[in-house]
Design a protein around this ligand. Structure first.
Ligand SMILES: *Cc1c(COP(=O)(O)O)cnc(C)c1O
Length: 432
């Protein structure tokens, strides 16, 4: 464990953490928050946030490039989102009965995704992935899944399988507690390797090819030219479903997600993050023919006490309402400025900055990685050092090489330029 960096007074965070570790595993409710992978001894406890700024328990202010890991495309505490949630809360926080807002949100989603006629709302991306898989297995009558090494689809048992790269391999559990049979039903193949996908489809009875269309959980690793189109062809020819996990890319890389940006249509789409505007909401959707199998229209059972929660629906609607074409133009321009600024700040150091609209990863590697094996070969120690140096300078980066920097519409040119100035010093320190 590296020494705590100087220059940032985080005594309150340390005190809260000392209490937290006795009450929450690792002191947190989701592992990456602990910041262990960048060599910190304790996380930074947040007190409040506004726009692009995060304010911690000690009063330190940071330019936030995590934005709750994706949901906050408008930044923190957007006035219209806050007002929508306030109004909804005053009308009751949950009914266990349908509301018109859910119908409107479903309409908004279907208007954006050409491949989606109907959706079912759930509370998390994990739940959406789990449910979409059940549906895919039900309609195909097959059980195996193909997923990509380094792709994350939530902590669903069968998807916590990662056999590493190489040819199609039977998945091995990546966590204790995952049944071998569950992991073995998942075939793990390298991203951007169409031959491995084709081989897996030939050798196994595959219900679905599951993919992040722009993987952002191995750092940002865009699809090679034609790769998504190839997945579409392979799935169709085989009779497997193409399930695209747009939990990060949906409503972010384009109005209609990666499917619009790359011109490929999924059979089933998994959504979350931006969809709930910072409150817990997620969904899966597809053609009417497929979705009509879901209960109570059909016999594929899936349910949720808080599904389509009125506060989350209000936040989602308020968020989507602001995402017009000019918002995506602006998000793209901000992303380009951040990516170019980070690349300039890195100078001659071995750093490759990869960006798609709304997402950036500075890989501590000579070249942009095409897959997880290469992404994982990045200089993680230097990356961790870089992140600690940024925090000392009031910049809050994602505390992992395998996560994206999330650009929001609350960020502005000045915040980006301040970030890149700090990054120049942080790169110098990390490579010293
Ligand atoms: C975050 C994420 C999930 C899981 O969503 P949760 O709401 O955290 O359960 C699934 N897929 C992708 C691509 C994600 O980034």
């Amino acid at each position: 464990m590296a020494e705590q960096t100087a220059g940032l007074d985080t005594r309150s965070s340390e005190v809260i953490y000392a209490r937290a570790v006795g009450l929450l595993p690792g002191g947190v409710n989701s592992p990456v928050r602990a910041m262990r992978s960048i060599g910190r001894t304790h996380p930074i406890f947040v007190e409040r946030a506004d726009g692009f700024e995060l304010i911690d328990a000690d009063g330190n202010r940071y330019i936030d490039w995590v934005c709750s890991w994706g949901p906050l495309i408008l930044g923190h505490a957007d006035p219209e989102v806050v007002e929508a949630v306030r109004e909804a809360a005053a009308r009751g926080t949950s009914y266990g009965a349908p509301t018109e807002g859910e119908v409107e949100l479903a309409q908004q989603v279907c208007d954006r995704f050409a491949s989606v006629d109907m959706v079912r709302m759930v509370n998390s991306g994990t739940e959406a992935a789990m449910s979409a898989i059940r549906l895919a297995r039900a309609v195909t009558g097959r059980e195996q899944l193909v997923k990509f090494a380094g792709a994350y689809h939530g902590h669903v048992d069968g998807l916590l399988a990662d056999a590493g790269s190489g040819l199609a391999t039977q998945g091995m559990p990546a966590s204790p507690g995952v049944p071998r049979a569950q992991a073995a039903a998942t075939i793990v193949v390298p991203w951007n390797d169409p031959d491995a996908v084709a081989a897996a489809l030939t050798e196994h009875e595959v219900a679905a090819i599951l993919a992040e269309p722009v993987p952002a959980n191995m750092g940002v690793v865009p699809p090679a030219d034609g790769f998504l189109e190839r997945l579409r062809e392979l799935a169709t020819a085989d009779g497997a479903l193409l399930v695209l996990d747009e939990v990060i890319t949906g409503f972010r890389v384009a109005r209609g997600g990666a499917q619009e940006r790359y011109g490929v249509e999924a059979d089933l789409t998994i959504m979350g993050k931006v969809l709930g505007g910072g409150l817990p909401a997620a969904a899966y959707g597809g053609s009417r023919e497929l979705m009509d199998h879901v209960a109570p229209a059909g016999d594929v059972y899936q349910a949720g006490t808080l599904a389509g929660n009125p506060l989350a629906v209000a936040a989602g609607l308020a968020t989507l309402a602001k995402l017009d074409p000019s918002a995506y133009e602006r998000l793209g321009a901000l992303t380009d400025r951040l990516a170019a600024g980070l690349a300039a700040a890195a100078g001659e150091h071995p750093v490759s900055v990869v960006a798609v609209p709304g997402l950036v990863t500075p890989f501590f590697a000579d070249e942009p990685p095409p897959d997880f094996a290469r992404s994982a070969a990045s200089d993680l120690a230097a990356h961790g050092h870089f992140c600690r140096e940024l925090l000392d300078r009031g910049i809050y980066p994602p505390a992992s090489q395998f996560e994206a920097w999330f650009v929001s519409l609350a960020h502005d040119e000045a915040a980006i330029d301040r970030t890149c100035e700090a990054a120049a010093d942080a790169f110098a320190a990390a490579f010293a």
